[in-house]
Design a binder for this molecule. Structure first.
Ligand code: CA
Length: 216
């Protein structure tokens, strides 16, 4: 996902908080940077502050929609700024959240938005004997709950949203790791290995030259 926020302290709090939940987070500090990043990468979600130096959040949103970037966008506005909220929604934002907000409310809004976008997604993902609850970050195999790290959980969630589909290493990286992660060569292979140990070895197939597939 992409966080667009010029206030360094809030940006870093958001990045740390979201990363600790296993999300790959890129940060843009200006509107121009946001447009460049969001047109280059198909983000699952964009968290967009309205008050930015130069090009503001409303203008960013309008630009993105004009470029046919349809990533679900949650706009951050000042508490009493009704006009920005209205203009934000008119510019193509999907929802807004007034500052200051609690982290839990932010997560709830993000879940609601990612459920709303694209094909309808069930709140509980089920593939064979695996069940995964994105809201509570819990996963079960049969009746037994599995203990996964945030990265393992995020990787499994991507697989479970695309059961039976071959996902390339690049696609998996894009969803789970952020752009600052440079050592891309084998990180996915390593984490797929961890997941296989915790699920079972046959659960994730290697598709030579293409990537990985969760058995449906
Ligand atoms: Ca700001």
């Amino acid at each position: 996902m992409l966080v667009v926020e010029d206030e360094a302290k809030l940006a870093s709090l958001l990045q740390q908080g979201l990363a600790s939940r296993g999300m790959g987070v890129d940060v843009a500090r200006t509107g121009d940077e946001a447009v460049i990043r969001a047109t280059a990468t198909d983000y699952d979600l964009i968290l967009l502050d309205v008050m930015l130096p130069g090009r503001d959040g409303i203008d960013v949103c309008r630009q993105l929609r004009a470029h046919e970037v349809w990533s679900p966008t949650l706009m951050l506005t000042a508490l009493d700024d009704v006009e920005s909220r209205v203009r934000g929604l008119d510019s193509g934002a999907d929802d807004y959240l007034a500052k200051p907000f609690s982290f839990e409310e932010l997560l709830a809004r993000m879940r609601a938005l990612t459920r709303r976008g694209g094909p309808p997604r069930p709140t509980l993902l089920t593939v064979r004997d695996l069940r995964l609850d994105p809201a509570s970050r819990r996963v079960w195999r049969g009746g037994a709950e599995l203990a996964l790290t945030p990265r393992e959980f995020a990787l499994l969630e991507v697989f479970m949203r695309h059961p039976g589909q071959v996902l390339s290493r690049f696609e998996l990286l894009e969803h789970v790791w952020d752009h600052s992660y440079e050592n891309r060569s084998n990180v996915i292979d390593v984490y797929v290995g961890y997941l296989r140990e915790k699920l079972d070895r046959a659960s994730i197939e290697t598709v030579r030259g293409a990537g990985y597939r969760l058995r449906a």
